[in-house]
Design a protein around this ligand. Structure first.
Ligand code: SOE
Length: 378
């Protein structure tokens, strides 16, 4: 008999959809003891939340997230709200003994993140933060190759996350879809929203970051605020570039912007080691570019590995070799790993504590940028 895991989803925007899709599909493909049940979804707009519940198959709706926390029939709370609500919801959920799955970034800043980690660890509840790109099979394979020592000593880590959706100066800030442009709701701009992904993957693949040196820019200084109806100063970073040192002695270079015309969601990473290098690109997510110096000289070159064979991470759960999966599956993998982890009584990384490390790097980056590129220890 499968064990039911009753999910209470808080917030139902883009991420609410990706997570709901993952809960619905996971047991079709992964054999697990736990089966998520879409028990309740909460949101302030009664009509919107009802429509979402009907579309995705939630059994009930609530107009206040506190009701989700109070409900005895909810086992796990999934936080998909703007960032400024993560802390309060996570701490309340932990105190109520609920498992927690929280959208990234963990918090508005390190201080909030520390309070969240303390509450979660005190309550001893299962937790994870949705840094989904770790679970693209090619990225998981990159981790395996690095851990096997195939790159040898690492010299360089490079990552970009480029978008172009905020170039239009008429785009307002604040409100339902555009809270990412409002510092009061988001905490930061591309640093917390996009670079946080790059930092999470980097910490996972290449270990701790010790010092950072950053610059940010806000290209559009004022935008109409949807909540006040007035032109207001834009307080988020539109673009951020930083370089850093890793604990293993390698150097890192990171860039993120929402002003790179032509790039919709280009997340790329590259790692250069003594023996080999690898590259990954979200727009070609099943390819791992691989250069191995030990290859015969005449044939040495960049190899494009199509990570879709049955023996690659996660792929055995999907179709036959060569038939690709996509973005949505990174979330299905995270749910599968979470369900397996609670089955085995193990943590499901990135946990809140892991995500706090990303938060610390983001804070150091923003504080360095404030002083126009001064070196900051993480
Ligand atoms: C922003 O546009 C966004 O949706 C981020 O919030 C996500 O975390 C990222 O994966 C894609 O871009």
């Amino acid at each position: 008999m499968p064990k039911k895991l009753n999910i209470g989803l808080v917030g139902y925007g883009f991420m609410g959809r990706t997570h709901s899709n993952a809960y619905r599909k996971v047991n079709n493909f992964f054999e697990l003891d736990y089966h998520p049940v879409l028990k309740a979804v909460s949101g302030r707009n009664a009509e919107g939340v009802k429509k979402f519940a009907d579309q995705w198959g939630y059994e009930s709706t609530e107009s206040d997230w506190r009701k989700i926390i109070d409900r005895k029939d909810i086992d796990a709370v999934d936080i998909c709200t703007p960032n400024n609500l993560h802390k309060e919801i996570a701490i309340a959920a932990a105190q109520a003994g609920k498992m927690i799955l929280c959208e990234k970034p963990l918090s508005m800043d390190t201080k909030e993140g520390e309070e969240m980690v303390a509450a979660i660890e005190k309550a001893g509840v299962a937790n994870t933060v949705w840094y989904n790109y770790r679970r693209a099979p090619a990225v998981t394979m990159a981790k395996q190759l690095i851990d096997e020592g195939r790159l040898g000593r690492i010299f360089h880590y490079r990552a970009n996350f480029l978008q172009d959706w905020t170039i239009n100066a008429d785009l307002p800030q604040g409100g339902t879809a555009l809270w990412r442009l409002d510092a009061a709701a988001a905490g930061s701009g591309v640093t917390g929203d996009l670079l946080a992904h790059c930092i999470d993957t980097a910490l996972w693949l290449n270990g701790s970051i010790t010092t950072v040196n950053a610059m940010t820019e806000t290209f559009v200084k004022e935008r109409m605020h949807n909540l006040t109806g007035k032109m207001e100063q834009v307080k988020i970073d539109d673009a951020c570039t930083f370089f850093c040192r890793f604990g293993n002695g390698s150097l890192g270079l990171f860039e993120s912007t929402r002003y790179a015309r032509g790039h919709k969601a280009l997340y790329t990473l590259e790692v250069n080691g003594e023996k080999a290098s690898l590259k990954w690109d979200l727009h070609d997510l099943h390819r791992l570019q691989w250069f191995d110096h030990k290859d015969e000289g005449r044939l040495r070159g960049w190899r494009s590995i199509h990570v879709s064979d049955g023996d690659q991470p996660y792929m055995k759960n999907w179709w036959v070799p060569g038939l690709q999966i996509g973005y949505e599956h990174t979330f299905i993998h995270q749910v599968a790993d979470f369900l397996k982890a609670i089955q085995e009584g193990k943590p499901c990384p990135p946990t809140f504590r892991d995500a706090l490390e990303t938060q610390k790097v983001c804070d150091a980056v923003l504080s360095s940028a404030k002083e126009e590129g001064s070196v900051k220890k993480v």
